[in-house]
Design a binder for this molecule. Structure first.
Ligand code: 6GU
Length: 227
């Protein structure tokens, strides 16, 4: 998979992509991430990427030309499966969205700022609009990092067996059960006996019932007819 990210703050991706699973995906050559500075495509004298809103309201809007030229360049080099704009008024990111996107070859993620981007980019280039939750971020960069992480960890070979994505919360429609590690007794706080029993069937049943219980308590809307 190849992900191209268009941003006016390329440095914001230094941290999230240089650690842990995403870093491993790139090192294993299972993923390529290319960050493009939209400002590099600005042709005006001051290399501005934003301008005043038509119609008088306050604030700045990201202008068409630098974004259009950047997307045109990329699309002349390869075919993209989706051009995704990160925006609080997009569809809510859920596991099913990440699952679907993890099957694609080439994605463009466009990060907005200020009051937004010129609507004509959305009308003529963007094929999908995604929000990561009902709250406002200063820009789409953190959302693009979240989306990339959730997609890349699903690519076969990125996770080892022990960390398999199949046991993730949400992947089977349930939250994950609680987990413990040594010591079995920490100052009187004990790990549940069943987990030390060595009885695989009982352990599986315990994990399942805890997953259901946790889901019912915290996210009853996820349960449907499972109970
Ligand atoms: Cl994708 N962008 C911004 N700016 N804020 C958000 C968001 C995206 N998702 C939730 N809040």
């Amino acid at each position: 998979m190849r992900i191209d990210i268009l941003t006016i703050f390329p440095g914001m991706f230094d941290g999230p992509f240089n650690h842990s699973i995403v870093k491993r995906a790139v090192e294993k050559q299972l993923a390529e991430i290319h960050i493009h500075n939209i400002r590099d495509f600005a042709t005006n004298k001051h290399r501005n990427v934003d301008d005043y809103v038509y119609g008088g309201s306050a604030g700045m809007v990201m202008m068409i030309q630098p974004i259009a030229d950047c997307i045109d360049r990329l699309c002349s080099e390869r075919k993209y499966d989706e051009i995704i704009f990160l925006t609080p008024d997009g569809i809510l990111l859920e596991q099913s969205v990440s699952n679907r996107l993890s099957l694609k070859q080439n994605l463009i993620l466009l990060c907005g700022h200020y009051k937004g981007i010129d609507e004509r980019i959305r009308e003529n280039y963007v094929t999908m609009e995604i929000s990561i939750g009902d709250y406002v971020l200063s820009g789409g960069e953190l959302a693009a990092a979240v989306l990339s992480d959730s997609i890349l960890r699903l690519i076969p070979g990125v996770l080892s067996d022990e960390t398999s994505a199949l046991s993730d919360s949400f992947q089977d429609g349930l939250l994950s059960p609680p987990v413990y590690t040594r010591p079995a007794d920490y100052n009187g706080w004990k790990v549940p006996d069943v987990l030390l029993s060595g009885n695989d069937k009982e352990i599986r049943e315990w994990n399942y019932s805890k997953a259901v219980e946790r889901t019912r308590n915290r996210r009853p809307g996820m349960l449907g007819d499972k109970t």
